[in-house]
Design a protein around this ligand. Structure first.
Ligand code: SF4
Ligand code: SF4
Length: 351
């Protein structure tokens, strides 16, 4: 488990055990859930549709053998079922807000019964944007349920009536890979449910999602030119394993993800001019498009690097980047090169 997340989880669990630290525990848990959910947001905003049904670890043992779409569905179906059928005893978000239809899911269960190719096939059917909205709604209402709970509620246990209700809901498949969940949940008190579906279960699956997306980015990068179109180096960029590189569909640079059709203005312009990158453009020095917008702190540094590529070629550029990054991390290199693009070019030439 991620060391930092493991520590945070341990702290929350320990605070949860004492009445005087209970409120602090819930506050910290909600903040921790927000931090974890941010990773799901980045994944949904950053990656193309195809990323959500790939299984780069299909034959592995562990949560990373699933898809990104399945992981989101599974985390939030479980929380929705537990939060609403067991704790709040009201209607699940999936049904209340009509998400089954909006997401296009052929199932209402947790998905535990799906195996191998079935997981990829299921994932292909889901509308990821709607799935994300569903996950967000489940999380927000889940946070509210946590806030409304009191310390004395933690010991509440569940009866056969709850079990029967869960079975009747049809939200847990009768398949042996899934049906055990009902006994598992009903064997816990509310504190136990907070410890698993509301926190630890998230950690395990979001970590698995990170492994899946890292692998997908690695695959996307293989054999692809690491020189960014605006003059940066994808091999040295701070986005590292989050990004498949600026020349792939797994480009998570904000200039791409925030632009229409997820195409960065510099990439679009180079495509229109039918050139490999801004370093081949005669307008480079005065350009204010995309990454070169004057309000962008990194504009001058990128121009300095593009000018270096123009003068010495990509091979030399990547070597000089290696040398520069032996001394400084990405952000610092951009600061050093970015005061003035002519000076930045000179620094690169002297490195
Ligand atoms: S600004 Fe555009 S060209 Fe530059 S790294 Fe980002 S996506 Fe690539
Ligand atoms: S005009 Fe600007 S964005 Fe377009 S290719 Fe030239 S330098 Fe790049």
């Amino acid at each position: 488990m991620d060391k930092e997340w493991s520590e945070k989880n341990k702290e929350v669990q320990s605070l949860l055990s004492k009445e005087k630290t209970y409120t602090e525990a819930i506050e910290k848990l909600i903040a921790f859930r927000e931090e974890m959910f941010q990773q799901i947001t980045w994944i949904v905003e950053g990656y193309p549709e195809e990323a959500f049904y790939q299984m780069p670890f299909a034959n592995a043992k562990g949560y990373h053998s699933k898809t990104l779409a399945y992981s989101i569905w599974h985390i939030f179906r479980i929380e929705d079922i537990v939060a609403h059928e067991m704790i709040a005893e009201d209607e699940q978000i999936l049904f209340k807000d009509g998400y089954t239809k909006k997401i296009g899911s052929p199932i209402i269960t947790t998905g535990n019964e799906l195996v191998g190719e079935e997981i990829a096939e299921f994932s292909k059917k889901l509308n990821i944007q709607e799935l994300y909205l569903y996950a967000k709604a489940v999380k927000d209402v889940g946070d509210q349920i946590l806030k409304n709970l009191q310390y004395k509620d933690l010991k509440k246990k569940f009866t056969d009536e709850t079990k029967a209700k869960l079975i009747k809901s049809g939200c847990v498949s009768e398949d042996e890979n899934a049906f055990w969940l009902i006994d598992y949940w009903c064997g816990k008190d509310i504190k136990g449910l907070i410890q698993m579906p509301f926190s630890r279960h998230w950690i395990m699956h979001i970590e698995a999602m990170r492994r899946i997306k890292d692998k997908l980015c690695l695959i996307a990068r293989k054999g692809v030119d690491p020189t960014a179109i605006c003059g940066l180096s994808c091999n040295h960029c701070f986005l590292s394993e989050w990004c498949g590189g600026c020349r792939t569909n797994y480009n998570v640079c904000s200039f791409a993800t925030c632009s229409e059709g997820r195409i960065c203005p510099n990439v679009k312009c180079c495509n229109e001019k039918n050139i490999d990158g801004c370093y081949e453009c005669s307008e480079l020095e005065n350009c204010q498009k995309g990454f070169y917008v004057p309000t962008n702190d990194g504009a001058n540094a990128a121009k300095a690097q593009a000018l270096y590529i123009r003068k010495y070629g990509k091979k030399e550029f990547l070597k000089v980047q290696d040398r520069l990054h032996e001394k400084f991390e990405f952000q610092k290199t951009q600061e050093i090169l970015g005061q003035n693009y002519k000076k930045g070019l000179k620094i690169l030439e002297d490195t």
